[in-house]
Design a protein around this ligand. Structure first.
Ligand code: ADP
Length: 469
């Protein structure tokens, strides 16, 4: 059975461990108690037998002098006359002058007799004398190096057994009660400790894509649960941003697609309203084609970004000589720059080779050079250069254009972002060019860096890893 509540699982674990500890402790205490009791009993028997032996040795006439009687009563709380003892001759026969135990003769085992003949004492536990076993000591009394008598002293183990049983009874009553209390306490504590998790779960359940601005409550205590709430809140913050960007992206993309489509539709509707000359139809078709070009460029750009996001932008990697590629771009864009009366030129052009996708690199650099020309006023200049810098190939596009503020520099790589001044120029695309350029650079293991001063110009540097030779 799978227990779903952490609180219950914790309590079960805790109670099981506690039970084990209790049982171990109680077992050890019981063992120690049993050992002490039996050790004390043997010591008492030894003491009494020793005193009796001295009496017998001294040739006392009465075996039960008041001294012996006192010793018995001191250790056992009764006199030997009441209980078990026997005096035997070396062969084991009972001395007739001694009183016998009321229940009959104390048994003398062969082992005790053998031990006694060697002068050794024997401790035994004898059953079936009374309801309880009797602990029996057989001690030889030596005279002139020979065994003169055997003294047997016994004591019922009733008290010892009763003490042990009392201990077990107390344990049997206390253990379950202790476990119940400890287990119940543990369960309450676990419930209390995990309550915030329940609250957090309910709060998290309420938060959906539409309510990502909601946050879990942080207690500020800095404990594990507070840290968890903080981590989840940070994650929600990031999700909220991502959702926001996604919505913004969809809205911007729709807007950018809608503009050319509206123009296209409007022009066609107007053209169809009344008969036109062939020349007019051709003009409408040409204009329509321009809008379709804009749409297909936009869709192509979006597709490239989507592939780059998904990490599936496929690059056809081959050795690319950047100096050569930049020279081609220079020649291609010279006409555009002339159209804008911008002076496009090249500066330091070092031969630097990289491993790259030529078509995508061309697209990257064309975007940057096109921007530099677009955002540079008439009579301004755009300079291209390529150099090796350490393990990097650095392609620089320097312009004397409108420039960008610090804040704008941070945002120009955001999709569909266009700086105010660029927008007011009325020129330019949808605000995807730099994002595409950045994605291509990153797919090559490189990056784009921008330095700019508003009103003075900008330098865009593309760093790409050089081919290691
Ligand atoms: P756009 O299609 O608007 O050119 P980009 O992604 O290429 O889109 O550029 C984003 C914005 O970055 C531009 O709208 C412009 O505000 C700014 N920008 C890019 N290149 C330059 C530059 N060389 N000089 C000044 N501003 C630039």
């Amino acid at each position: 059975m799978q227990i779903r509540s952490v609180g219950t699982r914790l309590t079960l674990w805790y109670t099981s461990l506690l039970t084990l500890t209790f049982i171990l402790l109680a077992g050890t205490a019981y063992g120690f108690l049993a050992y002490s009791l039996s050790h004390d009993l043997d010591a008492a028997l030894d003491g009494v037998a020793g005193t009796l032996a001295k009496q017998a040795h001294g040739g006392a006439t009465s075996f039960f002098s008041s001294e012996v009687d006192e010793v018995f009563r001191h250790f056992f709380g009764f006199s030997p006359l009441d209980r078990y003892f026997d005096l035997r001759d070396p062969s084991g026969r009972s001395e007739p002058r001694q009183p016998l135990h009321p229940a009959g003769k104390l048994p003398l085992s062969a082992e005790a007799l053998t031990n006694a003949s060697k002068g050794l004492p024997t401790f035994e536990t004898v059953e079936n004398i009374q309801n309880y076993p009797v602990r029996l000591l057989t001690l030889p009394v030596m005279k002139g190096g020979r065994v003169a008598n055997l003294i047997q002293v016994g004591m019922s183990m009733e008290n010892m057994y009763k003490t042990r049983r009392r201990f077990l009874l107390v344990m049997a009553a206390v253990l379950p009660l202790g476990l119940l209390l400890a287990g119940g306490g543990g369960w309450l504590l676990a419930r209390r400790a995990l309550k915030p998790v329940d609250i957090m779960t309910q709060a998290a359940r309420r938060i959906s894509g539409e309510h990502l601005s909601e946050r879990l409550q942080e207690t500020g205590s800095g404990d594990e649960l507070d840290r968890l709430a903080k981590t989840l809140n940070d994650m929600l913050g990031r999700l909220d941003d991502a959702f926001h960007q996604m919505r913004q992206f969809s809205a911007d993309a729709s807007h950018e697609l809608q503009t050319p489509l509206t123009i296209l539709k409007g022009e066609m509707e107007v053209a169809l309203r009344s008969p036109r000359s062939a020349k007019e139809y051709q003009r409408v078709l040409e204009s329509g084609l321009e809008e379709i070009d804009r749409i297909s460029q936009l869709v192509e750009g979006l597709l490239l970004l989507a592939r780059a996001d998904a990490g599936v932008l496929r690059l056809d990697l081959r050795p690319v000589e950047l100096k050569e590629l930049l020279q081609e771009i220079y020649e291609q864009m010279k006409v555009v720059a002339d159209d804008h009366s911008v002076n496009l030129q090249t500066a330091s052009m070092e031969p630097v080779s990289i491993q790259g996708d030529r078509e995508n690199l061309r697209r990257l650099l064309l975007n940057l050079v096109d921007n530099a020309i677009k955002y540079t006023a008439e009579a301004g200049g755009v300079t291209l250069s390529v150099q090796a810098e350490g393990e990097w190939a650095a392609v620089r596009i320097f312009d004397t254009g409108i420039g960008l503020s610090k804040d704008e520099q941070d945002r120009i790589f955001t999709r569909f972002y266009r700086a105010v001044e660029a927008r007011s120029q009325g020129e330019g695309g949808a605000g995807l060019g730099l994002c595409i350029a950045e994605s291509i650079a990153e797919a090559h293991g490189g990056r784009i860096q921008v330095e700019s001063t508003p009103g003075q110009g900008s330098t865009f540097t593309v760093f790409l890893p050089q081919t290691q030779t």
